[in-house]
Design a binder for this molecule. Structure first.
Ligand code: PEP
Ligand code: MG
Length: 643
C-alpha cells in the first residue's frame, strides 16, 4: 500500500498526458497534497492544477518531472494519450492506473496527426483512431462540458451543436424577431413545411414529437442548424404561449439552450464553446480521401447549401429535394395556386410562374457544383403538405387566390389523406399530373443549357421518387426525355444527363432487376425504405423507439443507423439485382444514413459508388469511408484500450 495522506509531502491526482480538450502536447490534470483519490473525485476539496507542481520549489517539482517521464513512457508504449491516476508518498511517485484518455473531437484530430509526426502511429492508424461522428464537434458550438446545467427535458439529438435563444412558438414570430436581431428557438409540437421560414430564422428547433427523419430533423440537419426532436416530456401549447415540462412552465420569450449533440433541453443561457478547425483537420482528411473508394456527396436543396457542401469536401449533390425550393417566401403561394387550380390548364398557368424560379435555383446549384454530378429529385411530398390547414391560414390565401374561403377549405379537406406518406406522393404525383414533371424537367434542362452556355460544365442526374414498379419509372422517363429533346432543340445545344430512381420501397428493392432496365442509377432512400420495411411511421416512431432501444428490443434507432439485418438485406439484394441487369449501374444512398458511420461502412461493403448526406456530415462520411476501405484491406486498428 502507498498513501497520499501521510503529510504534506504526499498527495494524489489525475494526469492527462496531453490536453484532451485541445489536443496540445502538455501534461495536465489536478492533484491534492495530503489526500487520497476519494478527496479528488468527491470534490470535497478543490484540487490544484498539475502545472503548479512544475513551478513548485523543492522536491514537488521532482515529482512533476517523474510524472512527465512516466507520461512519455506510457505514450510510447500505448501509442495513445493516457489518463493516469497517481499517488506520491514522501515525494516518491507511484502510478495506480492508466487508461486511454477520452478526448474532444478537436483534440482527437490534433493528437492523431501529431502522433504521426512523432512517429508513434501510422497515417492508417490515425484515420482509424478517430470516431467519425466526433468530427461533428469541429463545426458547431458545444455546451461547455464544465458548465453546470439544469436539464428540462431530453429528446432525440437530431442535429448537432448547441444554441441559445428566446422561446417562440410560431414560425412567423420567429421570423419577425430574427429581423429585429433576436436569437430565437422555435418550439413546436412538431413542424411541417409551413414552418420552414421559422426554421430558417431560428437558432435551433425543438419539437415534442417526431423521430430522426421527421420534417424538423431533416430540414434542420440540412441547414446545419441545432435541433432536438421527440422531447416527449414537453407539453407544448402554442396558443397559450408556453410549454410545460416536469412541473415547470417555460413561457414565450424565456431563454433556453438546446443541445442538439446530446438531445438535452437546458434552462437559461449555458456557456458554449466554439472549436477551431485547423490544419491538422485538413491533413487528416487528405489522408482519408487518399484511401477511400466511396465517393461522398451532399444533400443540398439550394445554392448556398451546395456551396457549403463543397467546402466540406462534397464531390457532388446526391439529393436536391426540389420541394424545399417551394417553401420560401412567395413560392409557397404559387405552389398553392397550382394545387388549388380547378383543372390542368389552371395548373399549367401556375406552373409557368414557378418555372423561372426553379430554373434560377437549378442554375445556382449547377454553377456552385462546377461540373460535379447533381442529382435532382422530382417533387415528392403529398400536395396537401403545401396547403394551409387552419381557418386563419386559409382565409388570406383564399383572398389572394380570389376564391371563397369555404371553397378553399373544402378543397384542402379533400386533399387530406389518411396515410399521406403512403398516399398521393412521389412519382404518383407526376403520373397523375404530368404537367408537374414536365415543368420540373424543363427547368432542369433549361438551367443546364444556360450554365453550359456560360462556359461551365454540368453533370445532370434526374431522379424519380417513390417508384414501386418499373412501369411508373417508364411513365416518367418518357416525359423527361421528350422535354429534354424539346429544350435541346430550342436552346440549340444538348447536355448529357442520367435518369434514375430512388429505391425507397420494398417492392422497388425486390424488383430492382426490372427497374434497372430503365434506371441508369439507383439512390437508396433509406428513410422511406426503413419506414416501409419496418412499417414504422418516421414521424411518429419517436414516441416509442427510444423505449425499444432502452429495453434492448432494437440495438439502435433504425432511422439513425441502418438496420443491416433487415433493411440492409433489401439494399444488398437490390444492388445485386440492379447490377445483374446493368453492370455499370451507379448506386448511392441519400437517406439520412448516408452520414452515419456504421451505415457508410455498410454502403462500402455492398459496393455502392457513393453516399450522400447533409453538408455538415460530409467530413464524417469521408472519414468513415476511409475506415471502411482500411478495414476491407485488413489494416488492423492497434488502438489499445484500458489496462
Ligand atoms: C429517403 O426516403 O430516404 C429520402 C432521402 O427521401 P425523403 O427523406 O425526402 O423522403
Ligand atoms: Mg423518401
Amino acid at each position: 500500500m502507498v498513501y497520499g495522506n501521510m503529510g504534506d509531502d504526499c498527495g494524489t491526482g489525475v494526469a492527462f498526458t496531453r490536453d484532451c480538450s485541445t489536443g496540445e502536447r502538455v501534461l495536465n490534470g489536478d492533484y491534492l497534497t495530503n489526500a487520497q483519490g476519494e478527496d479528488v473525485v468527491s470534490g470535497a476539496r478543490t484540487p490544484e492544477p498539475i502545472a503548479k507542481m512544475k513551478r513548485a520549489k523543492g522536491r514537488l517539482s521532482k515529482v512533476y518531472r517523474d510524472l512527465e517521464r512516466l507520461a512519455t513512457k506510457l505514450e510510447n508504449h500505448f501509442k495513445d494519450v493516457q489518463d493516469v491516476e497517481f499517488t506520491f508518498e514522501h515525494y516518491q511517485l507511484y502510478m495506480l492506473q492508466t487508461r486511454r484518455a477520452q478526448r474532444t473531437g478537436a483534440a482527437a484530430v490534433r493528437i492523431a496527426v501529431e502522433m504521426v509526426g512523432e512517429g508513434l502511429i501510422t497515417e492508417d492508424e490515425a484515420i482509424q483512431r478517430i470516431p467519425p461522428q466526433d468530427l461533428d464537434q469541429l463545426f458547431h458550438p458545444m455546451v461547455d462540458p464544465k458548465a453546470s446545467v439544469t436539464v428540462l427535458a431530453k429528446g432525440l439529438p437530431a442535429s448537432p451543436g448547441a444554441a441559445i435563444g428566446e422561446v417562440v412558438f410560431d414560425a412567423d414570430e420567429a421570423e419577425e424577431l430574427k429581423k429585429k436581431g433576436h436569437d430565437v428557438i422555435l418550439v413546436r409540437p412538431e413542424t411541417s413545411p409551413e414552418d420552414f421560414h421559422g426554421i430558417v430564422a431560428a437558432r435551433a428547433v425543438l419539437t415534442a414529437r417526431g423521430g430522426m427523419t421527421s420534417h424538423a430533423a431533416v430540414v434542420a440537419r440540412g441547414m446545419g442548424k441545432t435541433c432536438v426532436v421527440g422531447a416527449q416530456e414537453l407539453d407544448v401549447d402554442p396558443a397559450a404561449g408556453r410549454f410545460r415540462v416536469n412541473g415547470r412552465a417555460v413561457k414565450r420569450g424565456q431563454i433556453i439552450t438546446v443541445d442538439g449533440t446530446t438531445g438535452r433541453v437546458l434552462l437559461g443561457a449555458v456557456k458554449l464553446v466554439t472549436p477551431k478547425v485547423g490544419k491538422d483537420y485538413e491533413t487528416l482528411m487528405a489522408w482519408a480521401d487518399a484511401r477511400r473508394r466511396l465517393r461522398v456527396r451532399a444533400n443540398a436543396d439550394i445554392p448556398t447549401d451546395a456551396k457549403r457542401a463543397r467546402e466540406f469536401g462534397a464531390e457532388g449533390v446526391g439529393l436536391c429535394r426540389t420541394e424545399h425550393m417551394f417553401f420560401e417566401g412567395d413560392r409557397i403561394t404559387l405552389m398553392r395556386e397550382m394545387i388549388v387550380a380547378p383543372d390542368e390548364a389552371g395548373r399549367r398557368r401556375a406552373l409557368a410562374k414557378l418555372l423561372p424560379i426553379q430554373r434560377r435555383d437549378f442554375e445556382g446549384i449547377f454553377a456552385a457544383m462546377e461540373g460535379l454530378p447533381v442529382t435532382i429529385r422530382l417533387l415528392d411530398p403529398p400536395l396537401h403538405e403545401f396547403l394551409p390547414h387552419t381557418r386563419e391560414e386559409i382565409a388570406p390565401l383564399a383572398k389572394r387566390l380570389k376564391i371563397p374561403a369555404a371553397q378553399l377549405e373544402r378543397l384542402v379537406h379533400s386533399l387530406v389523406e389518411a396515410n399521406p406518406m403512403l398516399g398521393h406522393r412521389g412519382c404518383r404525383l407526376g403520373i397523375t399530373h404530368p404537367e408537374i414533371t414536365e415543368m420540373q424537367a424543363r427547368a432542369i434542362f433549361e438551367a443546364a443549357c444556360h450554365v453550359v452556355g456560360r462556359g461551365s460544365k454540368v453533370s445532370v442526374e434526374i431522379m424519380v421518387p417513390l417508384v414501386a414498379d418499373v412501369r411508373e419509372l417508364m411513365n416518367q422517363t418518357q416525359i423527361i426525355r421528350r422535354v429534354a429533346q424539346e429544350v435541346f432543340q430550342r436552346e440549340g445545344r444538348a447536355v448529357p444527363y442520367l435518369l434514375g430512381t430512388m429505391i425507397e420501397l420494398p417492392r422497388a428493392a425486390l424488383t430492382a432487376d426490372d427497374i434497372a432496365k430503365e434506371a441508369e442509377f439507383f439512390s437508396f432512400g433509406t428513410n422511406d425504405l426503413t419506414q416501409t420495411t419496418f412499417g414504422l411511421s418516421r414521424d411518429d416512431a419517436g414516441r416509442f423507439l427510444p423505449f425499444y432501444v432502452e429495453h434492448g428490443l432494437l440495438s439502435e434507432d433504425p432511422f439513425q443507423c441502418l438496420d443491416q439485418e433487415g433493411v440492409g438485406k433489401l439494399v444488398e439484394m437490390a444492388v445485386k439485382l440492379g447490377r445483374s441487369t446493368r453492370r455499370d449501374l451507379k448506386i448511392g444512398i441519400c437517406g439520412e444514413h448516408g452520414g452515419e458511420t456504421s451505415s457508410v461502412k455498410f454502403c462500402h461493403r455492398v459496393g455502392m459508388n457513393y453516399v450522400s448526406c447533409s453538408p455538415f456530415r460530409v467530413p464524417i462520411a469521408r472519414l468513415a469511408a476511409a475506415q471502411a476501405a482500411l478495414e476491407e484491406a485488413g489494416v488492423v486498428n492497434r488502438t489499445r484500450a484500458t489496462v
